[in-house]
Design a protein around this ligand. Structure first.
Ligand code: MF3
Ligand code: CO
Ligand code: CO
Length: 282
């Protein structure tokens, strides 16, 4: 199994004039979000639509995953799906990110840039899509198998998805957000998996990354009390080996230091009186 390396990146994709572009696109970074983490019913209604489009775009892109297909081709399908459904691909020009989704293969933890590398039999590929529609975001990611994947990798993916669902089920008003990391890390530990700490879940609604941090590891920090109407992501990244990472010279691609594989699943949710409603579903 050879290490992932950088391949050429295609020219910037065209966004039709009817698509409303978020205020941060093309800037060095978004402005600091000063609003509430608790969203109004009107905003939550809009987020259901953005969440569905993100989920459907992800599914459309995932259908392509097969040996020989480039992650750039997956990006093209996701871009077309989003803009043809009226949404802006939130990662495009976000802090200078050049593409309409993130594609992170094998030991790439997250923020991989779609490029010309042909997927290989046995790869695992994380596809992360964020739709911006009517002023709100829906952010979702899943890990897909390319051809015949080893049992070790398949188990990593299945257990990472289960870890995400355990995190979602731990959400309840009155608890602190670090309960999410506590349940995820205790599940991951059973299998000896690493839990990535440097990239976290986040408040996600009118702001893409609001400033609220949702840890996936066990910590006494991040003790914000969960309230009805808060909207945020849960997006654990679990590694077969050590979770420590570094970033490529492209300033985006995050890889494990030990080269071990990583899986990730992500949903955007809103807190309800008795738990959470997942918004990034079809
Ligand atoms: N969708 C990613 C997340 O889950 C963020 C990607 S930002 C990018 O938070 F610039 F890398 F695209
Ligand atoms: Co996210
Ligand atoms: Co995401």
């Amino acid at each position: 199994m050879s290490a992932i390396t950088a391949y050429p990146i295609s020219p910037r994709r065209f966004v039709p004039a009817n698509i409303i572009v978020p205020p941060y696109a093309g800037n060095m970074g978004p402005e600091v979000y000063e609003g509430s983490e608790v969203q109004t019913p009107d905003t939550i209604g809009k987020m259901r639509l953005a969440g569905k489009i993100a989920a459907d775009a992800l599914a459309a892109g995932a259908e392509l995953v097969a040996p020989g297909i480039s992650t750039d081709a997956i990006d093209a399908v996701i871009h077309e799906y989003l803009v043809s459904h009226g949404a802006y691909p939130a990662t495009l020009d976000y802090r200078g990110f050049p593409k309409s989704c993130c594609t992170s293969v094998n030991e790439v933890i997250c923020h991989g840039i779609p490029d010309a590398r042909p997927l290989e039999d046995g790869d695992i590929v994380k596809i992360d899509v964020t739709a911006y529609l009517d002023g709100v975001h829906g952010d979702t990611c899943a890990t897909y198998f390319c051809g015949d994947v080893s049992e070790e990798s398949r188990l990593l993916c299945e257990r990472t998805e289960e870890a995400m669902h355990r995190g979602i089920r731990a959400v309840r008003p009155g608890r602190r957000v670090n309960v999410i990391g506590r349940v995820i890390e205790s599940f991951a530990r059973r299998f000896g998996y690493g839990v990535v700490r440097d990239y976290t879940g986040h408040g996600c609604h009118r702001a893409f990354h609001s400033g609220l941090i949702i840890p996936h590891y066990d910590t006494v920090n991040f003790d914000t009390v969960i309230e009805v109407g808060m909207a945020f992501t849960i997006e654990p990244m679990l590694t077969i080996g050590d979770y420590h990472s570094h970033v490529w010279a492209d300033d985006w691609t995050v890889v494990t230091n030990d080269g071990s594989r990583c899986a990730q699943f992500e949903h955007t949710l809103v807190v309800t009186p008795d738990g959470a409603e997942v918004l990034t579903v079809s």
